[in-house]
Structures are given as C-alpha cells and as structure tokens.
Design a protein around this ligand. Structure first.
Ligand SMILES: O=c1ccn([C@@H]2O[C@H](COP(=O)(O)O)[C@@H](O)[C@H]2O)c(=O)[nH]1
Length: 231
C-alpha cells in the first residue's frame, strides 16, 4: 500500500543491520524512510534496495554539491536505484541544478522527485555570518527557493519556519521538505530552526523529516503513532 502520511523517518544508523532492524518496526504505509550520508557510506546502494523490497519509498538524502557534470551523474545514479526522492544543495547554483534536472528529464522510466537544500536546519543567523553570509536564514531560504523553482526542481529542503512564506509565494505544487521537526517536549539536539509536527503542517510543509524523536524512542512505532495523532 502506498504511504498515506507526510512523515519521512531519517534512518541515521552506522550499519545496515541497525537500519533494517528499525525498518522492521515501521510500516511503509505510515512513513517513508530517508537514507543519509552515514548509512549510505556504510551500507551502500544495497541498503536502498533492501528498504525498497520491504515496501518503503526511499528519500536518498546525499545533498549532492559539485560541478554540474559530477552532480548530474550522481543524480542519475540515484535515479537508477529507483529512489523516490533525491537532493542536491541549492548553493551549487543554477547550472548545477539545471544539469541535474536535465539528466532526469532525458532518462526513460520513472523519475525521482528532485529537491534542493536551502539553509540547513542546524544553522542560525550567527552561523551564516561566520561563513560570510550577512543575511537572515529566512531571507536566504527565500532567495534560494526562488532559484530552485526557476531551475525546474520539484521543491526544497528548508525549516518549517520558512514554510508559510514559501508556500504563499511558490504555490501549492512546490514540495517543502522540512527536517528540524520536534514534538513540543523533545530535545532539539543539534537542530536550531525547529518546529512541532502540527505547526509544520499548518505552515504548509509537504513532508516532515523526523529522525531521533522516532528512532531513539523506546517504541519507535508508538512514537510515530503519537506524532501522527498530533497532526
Ligand atoms: O537542513 C537539513 C537537511 C537535512 N537534515 C537531515 O534530516 C534528519 C533530521 O534528523 P533528526 O534526528 O530529526 O534531527 C537528519 O538525517 C539530517 O541529516 C536536517 O536535519 N536538516
């Protein structure tokens, strides 16, 4: 059965066995899953195939950021794995994003959603300043999201704090993928621009990326259910 909810569970684990043990406790009709840099570096494409065989839609969150030819090749390889979504960094610029979009358009068969990271949810204004960006996260996210849409991508990764403004300017079809989601009583961990699940959806998020609040819970399926009840 296709996934019926907007939740994407981040499987940030050091090996395939731990990730698959977590996947066993989740239901592909109730969440999608995300494979990021830690798990993919340890377990490779085989982990994507194993999760897909269990019925999960996989978001391959490798945040490609390279010269256009290299990034486009990486996106093509991701598409060949049959992933549901793949992403790049918007700061890779127009030519990189257009090359990634074009490589997917030229491919026969089903295409993954292609999204771009704007400003990581672990960053706040002082962090941007330190890397030479004298700008509020909200303003930088809006600037990059307009560029991403102009390059023909399907959506952005941003904080749900920015979702309301983006939804009103970029329209209903543009995907807003929002990590940094925390239930009201949860630790923020290393996240800075956090939002509760219910508020994120009210702001216009399309998908909520949630890792530790689910995967570190004693009962991950129950933690997911509690979040689903709250939205
Ligand atoms: O801006 C971003 C982009 C990606 N992420 C990823 O989402 C999850 C969040 O996990 P939590 O445990 O819920 O904090 C993680 O895999 C990040 O790599 C992000 O947090 N922010």
């Amino acid at each position: 059965m296709p996934c019926q909810t907007p939740i994407i569970v981040a499987l940030d684990f050091p090996d395939a066995a731990s990730a698959m043990a977590m996947a066993e406790r989740l239901d592909p009709a109730r969440c999608r899953v995300k494979v990021g840099k830690e798990l993919f570096t340890a377990a490779g494409p085989a982990i994507v195939e194993s999760l897909q065989q269990k019925g999960f839609d996989v978001f391959l969150d490798l945040k490609f950021h390279d010269i256009p030819n290299t990034a486009a090749g990486a996106v093509r390889s991701a598409a060949e794995l049959g992933v549901w979504m793949v992403n790049v960094h918007a700061s890779g610029g127009r030519r990189m994003m257009e090359a990634c979009r074009e490589v997917l358009a030229r491919r026969a068969g089903s295409q993954p959603l292609l999204t771009a990271v704007t400003v990581l949810t672990s960053l706040e204004q002082e962090d941007l300043q330190e890397v030479g960006l004298d700008i509020e996260p909200m303003v930088q996210v809006q600037r990059l999201a307009r560029l991403v849409q102009d390059c023909g991508l399907d959506g952005v990764v941003c904080s749900a704090r920015e979702a309301k403004a983006l939804r009103s300017t970029l329209g209903d079809d543009f995907k807003l993928v929002t990590p940094g989601i925390r239930p009201a009583d949860a630790s923020g961990d290393d996240q800075k621009r956090i939002v509760t699940p219910a508020q994120a959806l009210e702001n216009g998020s399309s998908y909520l990326v949630i890792g530790r609040p689910i995967t570190s819970a004693d009962d991950p399926a129950q933690a997911l259910d509690t979040i689903l009840d709250s939205i």
